[in-house]
Design a protein. Structure first.
Length: 475
């Protein structure tokens, strides 16, 4: 019923990004692939367009582009609200909650007990589990929740669980958990009993705010070198203020995460990509590490001018490990499925183009290392990406509605540290811009609220091999 209410065509409604039909959404949760379906759960408050008692909303996709909205999966219970977490398929039925023929889908999440919080106890966040034996359509909470009690630290949340296999072929479940300003690792044979393994919190990392939503996974370079990646979202303290995701490239031996590089690395240099993590159970034959992030920032997420919903997810991205001198970086690239949305592609010659519709992808090749891209509408609102004096500048200060928050019209700069830019892909939707530089080595995700569609793009400093793809709506 709720879904019928929205035609997904309101002002600012994303046309090819996931958003809930109505009301409040934050972090993506429990992403898991099963039998051809990509599940996306998300932090959801069904009663309002601002944050409140958290549920897990639910949607599925067969191609990461088109989404089907499903009923709410998890609701608050006597242990508390349902905060962020992950989901796995228990193939060997280690938990006994499914069978080997029909393994359970198991969600591992944080219970946030508002009563405990009010009483100022320190143990109000614990970890619980729920299971489904019908492909995520219906859920039961585990009767003996919580499965991991709180040792007495207020921030104890966002479990991301994976199956870890030793060289001897023995396996165990591994949980990464955000514990105030560190990541704690726990292990379990059955998802029910958890043992502390180690903490990770090097003194040189970014600590501008609390650590949240970790993700740990291996990734290989093109030439086969394997490293372990640890994502840690922090809020505030991001490069543009407010929320952002830092990551570490290192090694993991089943107990401890170590890293040699001491450089702070950001997954995205824009203001609006937070709390993102990756899908579990992607088949080996596919082999991708697929990511989606919450396309907002706690600085203003609850006051952006959208209705009757608030927030969308980023384009799903494929993560790639790239060697950079003596270090590594994680590049994010839009999943290839997004190319299915192209309805028409044109070579863009000259410097100014009228846009036939507002859903576009630009594939650009800079001619020099000083250039700019400006989207404009008839009201002279604009959004501009520019390279000047060795840095990238993203300017949304004139992009339309910005006055809902003091920080929103800040100009965002990104040091290039000598990097030379070879390619740029820009995705424009009704209320977002996503930029992928050099195959996603630098990404910039930003919200915008133009009061009228952008009808023109101006390009300076580019070669003539630029392509404009017009995209179609998924709704
Ligand atoms: C991150 C976060 C998580 C928490 C959830 C609550 O945005 O604060 O740490 O589990 O949101 O909705």
């Amino acid at each position: 019923k709720e879904i019928e209410l929205s035609k997904f065509n309101e002002l600012f409604r994303p046309q090819y990004h996931f958003s809930p039909p109505k009301n409040w959404m934050n972090d993506p949760n429990g992403m898991v692939f099963l039998d051809g379906e990509y599940h996306l759960f998300y932090q959801y408050f069904p009663d309002s367009t601002v944050w409140g008692p958290m549920h897990w909303g639910h949607a599925i996709s067969r191609d990461l582009v088109h989404w089907e909205h499903l009923p709410i999966a998890l609701e608050p219970d006597e242990h508390g609200w349902i905060f962020s977490g992950s989901a796995v398929i228990d193939h060997n039925n280690t938990s006994g909650l499914g069978t080997e023929e029909n393994p359970a889908m198991i969600a591992i999440f944080t219970y946030h007990d508002p009563v405990g919080e009010k009483e100022q106890r320190d143990d109000f966040q614990t970890q619980g589990i729920a299971y489904s034996t019908d492909k995520g359509r219906t859920w039961k909470k585990y009767e003996q929740n919580p499965v991991l009690k709180n040792p007495g630290i207020r921030d104890f949340r966002d479990p991301k669980v994976m199956w870890f296999e030793n060289e001897d072929g023995k396996g165990k479940w591994l949980m990464s958990l955000a514990v105030w300003d560190k990541i704690s690792f726990y292990s379990s044979p059955n998802l029910l009993d958890w043992t502390f393994e180690s903490d990770f919190n090097p003194d040189w990392a970014a600590y501008g705010g609390v650590w949240e939503c970790p993700d740990l996974f291996p990734l290989k370079t093109e030439d086969g070198t394997e490293k372990w990646i640890l994502f840690v979202s922090i809020n505030p303290g991001g490069p543009q203020g407010g929320s952002a995701t830092q990551y570490f490239v290192g090694d993991f031996d089943g107990k401890t995460f170590t890293t040699e590089s001491k450089e702070i690395k950001w997954l995205d240099y824009g203001a609006d990509n937070y709390a993102g993590v990756t899908w579990s159970n992607i088949p080996e034959s596919d082999g991708r590490r697929i990511f989606i992030g919450w396309m907002s920032n706690w600085q203003y997420a609850q006051v952006v001018p959208t209705s009757p919903w608030r927030s969308a997810m980023t384009i799903p991205r494929n993560l790639e490990l790239v060697i950079k001198g003596s270090d590594f970086l994680v590049a994010s690239r839009p999943v290839k499925e997004i190319e299915k949305l192209r309805v028409e592609s044109k070579i863009a010659t000259g410097h100014e183009f009228n846009l036939e519709n507002e859903l576009v992808e630009l594939d650009l090749v800079p001619e020099k290392q000083e250039f700019n891209i400006t989207f404009l509408n008839n009201k002279n609102e604009n959004v501009k990406l520019e390279v000047k004096d060795g840095q990238l500048i993203f300017d949304r200060s004139q992009s339309g509605i910005t006055d809902f928050n003091d920080e929103f019209d800040n100009i965002h700069t990104i040091p290039l540290k000598g990097l030379s830019i070879n390619t740029i892909r820009v995705f424009l939707d009704r209320s977002s811009v996503e930029v992928f530089i050099n195959g996603g080595e630098i990404t910039i995700t930003e919200l915008i609220f133009p009061s009228e569609n952008f009808s023109k793009v101006r390009l300076e400093g580019f070669k003539h091999e630029n392509v404009i793809h017009y995209l179609k709506s998924i709704w």
